[in-house]
Design a protein around this ligand. Structure first.
Ligand code: ADP
Ligand code: GLC
Length: 500
């Protein structure tokens, strides 16, 4: 079968611009899709598609010393919006350890700013431009993608632009769109007043009528209405978002489009996240020899200046601190354990101040048991995955979640709530059959979390059982080699489909 032409567009891409798992997924999927079919250095052959990624050229990328060059033909492209014309050019880079091209959309007026996301009034325009830049660049290069793969609200307008402003261009006759929802909690909702400035003033018939009546519209909903296919990042979440509990106002629309909606669990890029080869940890290890893990535990405790005690379990947290992640359940649960147990808690996180302050309070109250880094450091994330004995992820909702899959590979059994991708990737430990990889609870309550931590601590004391639990987790395979073909199947079905 011929290789596909695939354009992947998103607001984040690791290692260049990242606030969460979206960035990791784009890197891992992009790198796998483009890997040549001839055996690469590590022996793993790939499907060798013509994949190109589109992401804004934020200030942090420009200043970060990323190797880029001006695209020889995609320079000085003008994109006309009703009240202004924006000029951008494409800077070309590569995904690390690959030949896959990244097209950085260089529009200093919109992207030469401190943050990836801003609360500026032109936020909708910043991401409307990203969508249009994908299409304009394809035109300039006369490159007709089989599939444009949009991700989250930031690229939600692309399918509509393709059907309206660009409908005249035969180049896109066979181009189909896929929109992947990584998180329905962020929809990109704005007042209808901005529609005109985005070039959509005439397109109201294509927007969600209920929202328009309320004076708003959303990028994500528009994408859900117009993308040829929809996906989300786990099988369970694909069901959940059609329910009133998890749909965040989009459930009806998603139910209407359920035949076009699939769940594909995210892959893990084990090139980045494997304790046997991770260059970010000083003591590598594998399931056959866990000596390095014990050393990582000691190193992690040193790093947080916490006292060592081999039998005291270390609980790890690496997270954006938002209400999605369920840390309010810690309030009633954690103090009891910190008071009672000889344990450690190592936290890396940043986000909403109420959560940051809570962790600060835990740290100040139990300075010999709790370590905290407020902010984010990629290296420390790897150290916590490696040096902890248990990983905590009590999410209220979790579209997929990557950290629990990383923790499995690092021999750090996760304690998770049974929701979304957590339900799909963690199996409950059963000491009798010695099967399972972690600990799950259902009800979103401190009580349920506490009961599960209690149970995990009892299992921790059974050293032989624990060894098996760790091995079970480390042998799980969520690689892109396994998950990626699901996307290719979807792309192929799209490429063969008639236009809707
Ligand atoms: P989410 O995308 O909802 O944050 P995931 O588990 O899918 O959750 O992905 C988390 C990824 O983001 C991991 O690579 C993790 O190391 C990283 N990460 C976690 N917290 C932060 C943060 N505050 N800033 C940047 N990256 C973070
Ligand atoms: C979102 C979700 C997370 C998912 C990630 C990548 O940020 O919160 O669950 O793993 O996207 O798909």
């Amino acid at each position: 079968m011929r290789p596909l032409r695939l354009a992947l567009a998103a607001s984040e891409l690791a290692p260049f611009a990242k606030t969460g798992g979206l960035a990791d997924v784009l890197l891992g999927l992009g790198r796998w899709l483009g890997r040549p079919p001839t055996a690469a250095d590590d022996g793993a052959a790939g499907p060798g598609h013509d994949v190109r990624l589109f992401v804004p050229f934020y200030r942090r990328i420009r200043d970060g010393g990323v190797a880029v060059e001006d695209h020889p033909t995609a320079g000085a492209i003008d994109v006309r919006f009703p009240n202004r014309t924006l000029r951008y050019s494409i800077k070309v880079g590569r995904l690390p350890a690959s030949e896959v091209p990244v097209y950085f959309v260089d529009c200093p007026e919109l992207y030469d700013r401190d943050g990836i996301y801003t609360d500026g009034g032109d936020e909708p325009l910043r991401f409307a431009l990203l969508s249009r830049a994908v299409l304009e660049t394809c035109q300039r290069l006369q490159w007709a993608p089989d599939v444009i793969h949009c991700n989250d609200w930031h690229t939600g307008l692309l399918p509509l632009y393709l059907r309206t402003l660009y409908a005249w261009d035969g180049l896109f006759r066979r181009t189909r769109t896929l929109l992947t929802i990584h998180n329905i909690g962020y929809q990109g909702s704005f007042a209808t007043g901005v529609l005109e400035s985005l070039g959509l003033g005439e397109q109201q018939a294509h927007l969600h009528p209920g929202d328009l009546q309320n004076g708003s519209f959303s990028f994500l909903k528009t994408g859900v209405l117009h993308a040829d296919k929809l996906s989300t990042v786990s099988v369970t979440y694909a069901d959940e978002i059609q329910t009133d509990t998890y749909g965040m106002g989009m459930q009806e629309l998603l139910r209407d489009r359920r035949r076009d909606l699939v769940g594909i669990v995210n892959g893990v890029d084990y090139g980045e996240w494997d304790p046997a080869s991770d260059p970010r940890i000083p003591h590598p290890y594998s399931a056959d020899d866990l000596a390095g893990k014990a050393k990582m535990k000691a190193a992690l405790l040193d790093r947080f200046a916490l006292p060592h005690e081999r039998r005291a379990p270390v609980f790890g947290v690496v997270s954006r601190l938002t209400s999605q992640k369920g840390f309010e359940l810690f309030r009633d649960a954690m103090p009891v354990f910190l008071q009672r147990e000889d344990m450690r808690l190592c936290v890396l996180g940043s986000g909403e101040s109420e959560h940051e302050q809570y962790f600060q309070w835990l740290r100040d109250t139990w300075p010999d048991k709790v370590g905290l880094y407020r902010g984010f450091q990629e290296e420390l994330a790897h150290w916590i995955e490696a040096g902890s004995d248990l990983f905590l992820m009590p999410s209220r909702f979790e579209p997929c979640g990557l950290n629990q899959m990383y923790s499995l590979r690092y021999g750090t059994p996760p304690i998770v709530r049974r929701t979304g991708g957590l339900a799909d990737t963690v199996q409950p430990w059963d000491p009798d059959s010695r099967t399972g990889t972690g600990f799950l609870f259902d009800e979103f309550s401190s009580h349920a979390l506490a009961g599960t931590i209690d149970w995990a601590l009892r299992c921790w004391r059974d050293r032989r059982g624990w060894q098996r639990l760790v091995e079970n987790g480390m042998s799980q395979d969520f690689s892109w080699q396994r998950q990626g073909p699901e996307y290719v199947k979807l792309y192929r079905s799209l490429a063969a489909s008639p236009s809707a």
